[in-house]
Design a protein around this ligand. Sequence first.
Ligand SMILES: CC(=O)[C@@H](O)[C@H](O)COP(=O)(O)O
Length: 257
Amino acid sequence: MRDFYGTTLKNGLMLGTAQYPSPAIMVEAFKRSAACVATVSLRRESGNDRAGQDFWAIIRDLGVHVLPNTAGCHSVKEAVTTAHMAREVFGTKWIKLEVIGEEDTLQPDVFGLVEAARILTDDGFQVFPYTTEDLVVAGKLLDAGCEVLMPWGAPIGSGLGLNNPYGLKSMRAHFPDVPLVIDAGLGLPSQAAQAMEMGFDAVLLNTAVAKAGDPAAMAEAFAGAVHAGHLAAAADPMEPRDMAAPSTPVLGKAFLL
Ligand SMILES: CC(=O)[C@@H](O)[C@H](O)COP(=O)(O)O
């Protein structure tokens, strides 16, 4: 597994913590999947009341790396303020940076994203930016100090999978040494396997697990798919070809004369 700001993760599955039918089911999903990163939104979970405090205690007890996020932030200011709160609450420099630019697609505002990333990295944060597959934006995020990139698979909550495999493959090829995480839009384990087969280092998802009929079973299914995709990528997959090629050797075959 690749290093994420100096931390080597034991697998490539990162799970969100929102929308589960109950906290107990969320905990079970983490257990059965052995996901090693939990992303948590400070804006959705209020820390001022008892329920918020209890929720954060549950997250801490998961025993996984906590990746606070700025989900729901629409401006640089909001995102930066939320990141500071997150650092205080969770005592981590990690922040999944979301600056949402458009309501229908929840597409990132990439201009605000780069600006916020620069402010936060200058301030000692280790930023995981939720971005698109745009290579120019990716380069600017790296220039701003990001050492990890999180391109979207598809719009958040859509479950559409990898909308632009060509663009994502280009991104992988363009930045071979940068840890890349597919973030958002996955609906099925096969899509997570596809991402890992393409050489991505991890996937982050929430809705597909939390909204499944059996979230814990779905989390386990995603874990299996991530593992299979990772193994496949490391096993140097064959190149697809246009023409048939017999897979059964003809040498030694009996011929009738
Ligand atoms: C939880 C979180 O951080 C989301 O913003 C994330 O991008 C997951 O998206 P899905 O819910 O589509 O998996």
